[in-house]
Design a protein around this ligand. Structure first.
Ligand code: FES
Length: 64
């Protein structure tokens, strides 16, 4: 169930990047917000990461 919810929850609203995608990226070795940005486009939307950067940082802390 966690997995389904992760697919539905968008962490980066501008780019529509789900929590699932970000966790996958972390499991493949991403360790910084920049790594996630390069691989998923998260933080590169209209708000320039203002709404999503801290959430991504939290996910890295929780899942590294
Ligand atoms: S919510 Fe991620 S760039 Fe705006």
């Amino acid at each position: 169930m966690g997995n389904l919810k992760d697919k539905l929850v968008k962490v980066c609203l501008c780019k529509g990047v789900s929590r699932h995608t970000i966790k996958e990226c972390i499991s493949e070795g991403a360790i910084t917000v920049d790594d996630i940005a390069k691989n998923t486009g998260a933080t590169t939307g209209g708000c320039k990461g203002r709404r999503c950067k801290s959430k991504i940082q939290e996910l890295i802390e929780e899942n590294k």
